[in-house]
Design a protein around this ligand. Structure first.
Ligand SMILES: *Cc1c(COP(=O)(O)O)cnc(C)c1O
Length: 351
């Protein structure tokens, strides 16, 4: 069987290193803290009706999201993870004659979406490991149909201000849809940009996988202009979010205090890690995310050293950062240990 050449040319999916029993799993950007109790209770209750297909309109989940964020439920679509929504955007808007633009150290999945659609992918240089509105606009041509911005970024953990995002939209070609992927939006200190969606050429994506600590439920959502939502609906799997996931996510959305607590505890550990790494010369910016990016030099060697010490972190070469490692925030003890190991390694004379 011959796969399509553009798929055959993709690198094999790098399986997450989950195979070390007892290891600290700091490579997947999962939450160090558990989900909302209310979410767990709601998911368990939803199992009673698991013989039925889930609500294809995500009615109660959309209501919970809309109430929490002060947005119109009619513009919300949910996906089996925000990845499903990103892939669907690619299916609707990208192709050989409809390029995608993104930034140099963006989420590697964007390149997979471009390859799946045979869409040319322009990657704009970043400035200080932060997406740059000027280069991003310059990377677009009149044919560009999708501009994918991870804000805050993964694996960089940096973010554009909301003012810079607004300026970016002004600088983009009229025919390009700006997709603002806010998978880490809850960790950002910037005001929301939901109002941009009303322009008709912007959408904003969020996820339940990171700050909501529900990665295993596979649920993400976005706010879309009506015309974009109508096209996306055609290609989304009809019953894409399971009933327990919808129930859990709605309950988590209503547990505002629980979310805030998780975010604050996560950021406190992240800040401590970034400060210690920076003090040791391993450049690490204060992140707006549940992970820290550190410049460690020989990243494959450092990653292997941590793995043999029982700490799994993620190399970032696939995001164009071969000298960095991304360390997900774990418990304070796990994170301290990862940082201790990196600092000790940096202090030791090269073997
Ligand atoms: C984790 C992540 C996603 C995917 O989230 P899911 O909702 O789990 O599919 C999307 N974008 C970025 C930048 C991410 O880091």
């Amino acid at each position: 069987m011959e796969p399509r050449p553009r798929i055959a040319a993709l690198a094999p999916y790098p399986l997450a290193d989950l195979g070390v029993p007892g290891a600290a799993q700091l490579s997947q950007n999962e939450s160090a803290f558990g989900p909302s109790e209310a979410a767990m209770t709601a998911a368990a209750a939803a199992m009673r009706d698991a013989r039925f297909y889930p609500d294809p309109d995500w009615t109660d989940l959309r209501r919970a999201i809309a109430e929490r964020h002060g947005i119109d439920p009619a513009g919300i679509l949910c996906g089996a993870g925000s990845m499903e929504l990103i892939a669907a955007l690619g299916a609707v808007y990208a192709g050989p004659d409809a390029p995608i633009a993104t930034h140099a150290h963006a989420y590697p999945f964007y390149a997979v979406v471009a390859a799946m659609r045979g869409a040319p992918l322009a990657t704009a240089p970043e400035r200080d490991l932060t997406a740059d509105p000027d280069t991003l606009a310059a990377a677009c041509g009149p044919e560009t149909r999708l501009v994918l911005l991870a804000n805050p970024g993964n694996p960089t953990g940096t973010r554009l201000t909301s003012a810079a995002v607004r300026a970016l939209r002004e600088a983009l070609p009229a025919g390009a849809l700006l997709v603002i992927d806010e998978a880490y939006g809850e960790f950002s200190d910037e005001p929301p940009v939901w109002d941009l969606v009303a322009r008709g050429d912007v959408c904003v994506l969020r996820s339940f996988s990171k700050a909501h600590a529900l990665a295993g439920m596979r649920c993400g959502w976005g706010l879309f202009p009506p015309a974009v939502a109508a096209e996306l609906r055609k290609v989304l799997n009809t019953n894409n979010v399971s009933a327990p996931a919808q129930a859990a996510c709605a309950a988590s959305m209503r547990d505002v205090a629980g979310l805030e607590d998780r975010v604050q505890r996560t950021l406190a550990i992240a800040e401590r890690a970034a400060a210690r790494l920076s003090a040791a010369g391993l450049r690490a910016a204060l992140p707006f995310a549940n992970f820290v990016l550190a410049e460690v030099g020989d990243a494959p060697d450092a990653e292997a050293a941590l793995r043999s010490a029982g700490v799994l972190v993620r190399g970032t070469a696939s995001a164009g950062l071969p000298r960095h490692l991304r360390i997900t925030v774990g418990t304070k003890a796990q994170t301290d240990r990862a940082v201790d190991l990196l600092i000790a390694r940096a202090a030791a004379p090269a073997a």
